[in-house]
Write a protein that binds this ligand. Structure first.
Ligand code: ADP
Ligand code: MG
Ligand code: MG
Ligand code: MG
Length: 401
């Protein structure tokens, strides 16, 4: 097979997998299924009927397709994704798929098959509980963010690392879709008619715009840590006893609160979605309590583990300065509020929505969920710079409901 870039066919994916050293035996009978969502990448599930072995080939496409539109998008994001997965794997081997190979010419990553897990967004919509999730994702964020920051790695090496993860094209998607389009009448927005009044109010809210501008500036300028960059519940594979973070093609050096805020925002979007997914008040309250406990535990585990790494593993000579660690953690908390809020707002009427909300068929329940998510999101954005405890974030969700 030619290795000049082209989108692989199923037959080519099989031939490629068969040629990988030390994975399938020569007499393997391989089948392929393309299981991607088809927007940016191909995902081939390759399995051997005889041995039961399987793996995933993820190939970047040279364009993005969203709502019929198509624009060019760099294939270099496959390198970024495979390098990010490998760095994350060196810090938390149990929390990401193992990468077997990366093929630059084909923009292709060969990785562990996680088909025994489910995408967390789906699991939450089915109202499953995942008792280890907060511990897993809290540790994932503490370790990946700490050890890629100036606190946890040599500061000259870090600058070189920043250079490998500039990722301007994927960052622009975030900058436009999260920190720009939702705050003006942009053609990228995707607004249901019944929400026009709420959206108009956001377009006119100067106080809100200032906070979003500050968060956008932080996203644009603060090379603090290597972020996953797209850490929503659609990028998390989960089952009872295991959590795996996938799809870090948006990885770049940015503010830590952006990843933490993404996780919390997606828990809160499901919280809002319970307007439609719960049959009655009892069921709704019950699952919402679980979600809020999880929100709190994600932050608490992150903070505890991050502080422990700071106390035991830092390379920063100023790290023992009295009150510096407390100042740092509080700033991360404040930005987590703000980024969580931005991520909620854009999922309600921006370009790309979430199934936790749009999957609600009853129009009245969907509208209640949308308005609740907007109320929580905009309040978090406005409260962020005054925040001092995760309990305030939970109070915002409770008071809005
Ligand atoms: P995209 O960047 O296009 O969103 P993802 O990495 O999120 O691609 O993968 C898209 C879908 O492909 C996932 O939702 C999942 O269903 C499937 N998938 C991706 N990686 C794996 C994997 N390692 N094991 C099993 N399925 C996977
Ligand atoms: Mg996708
Ligand atoms: Mg994805
Ligand atoms: Mg992706």
């Amino acid at each position: 097979m030619t290795t000049t870039y082209h989108a692989l066919t199923e037959a080519e994916a099989i031939a490629y997998a068969q040629g990988l050293p030390n994975i399938f035996s020569p007499d393997a009978v391989l089948t392929s299924r393309e299981i991607g969502d088809g927007n940016l990448n191909l995902v081939f599930h390759i399995s051997d009927e005889k041995s039961g072995r399987s793996l995933i080939l993820k190939q970047a496409l040279p364009y993005a397709k969203v709502v019929g539109e198509s624009w060019p998008l760099t294939l270099d994001r496959a390198r970024i994704e495979s390098e990010a997965l490998q760095l994350q794997g060196s810090l938390c081997p149990d929390l990401v798929p193992h990468v077997f190979a990366y093929e630059k010419e084909l923009a292709l990553t060969v990785m562990e098959d996680l088909s025994d897990h489910v995408i967390m967004r789906k699991g939450l919509i089915e109202k499953n509980k995942y008792p280890l999730f907060a511990k897993h994702i809290g540790r994932f964020m503490a370790r990946t963010l700490f050890f890629s920051s100036d606190l946890g790695m040599n500061q000259q090496e870090k600058k070189l690392r920043v250079g490998r993860f500039i990722n301007p094209e994927l960052c622009k998607i975030t900058e436009d879709l999260i920190f720009d389009d939702p705050y003006r009448d942009s053609e990228n927005n995707n607004i249901e008619d019944h929400l026009k009044d709420a959206v108009q109010a956001i377009w006119q809210d100067r106080e809100l715009h200032l906070e979003v501008a500050i968060l956008r500036n932080t996203f644009l300028t603060r090379a603090e840590a290597l972020l996953h960059g797209d850490l929503h519940t659609g990028s998390i594979f989960i089952k009872e006893d295991s959590t795996k973070v996938i799809d870090p093609e948006f990885a770049y050096y940015g503010p830590m609160g952006f990843d933490i805020g993404a996780v919390l925002a997606n828990l809160l979007l499901n919280y809002a979605g319970q307007e439609g997914w719960s049959a009655g008040e009892t069921e709704r309250t019950y699952y919402r309590e679980y979600l809020l406990e999880t929100v709190k535990e994600v932050w608490t585990v992150f903070e505890r583990e991050f502080r422990a790494l700071w106390d035991n593993e830092t390379v920063d000579p100023m790290s023992e300065t009295p009150a510096y660690q407390d100042w740092y953690m509080n700033r991360v908390l404040q930005e987590t509020f703000g980024f969580a809020g931005c991520k909620m707002v854009r999922r309600i009427y921006g370009l790309s929505h979430v199934a936790d909300i749009d999957g609600i068929e009853d129009a009245a329940a969907r509208e209640r969920a949308q308005r609740l998510a907007l109320a929580i999101g905009t309040t978090l954005i406005k409260r962020g710079r005054q925040a001092s405890s995760i309990d305030e974030l939970i109070a915002v969700a409770r008071e809005a409901s």
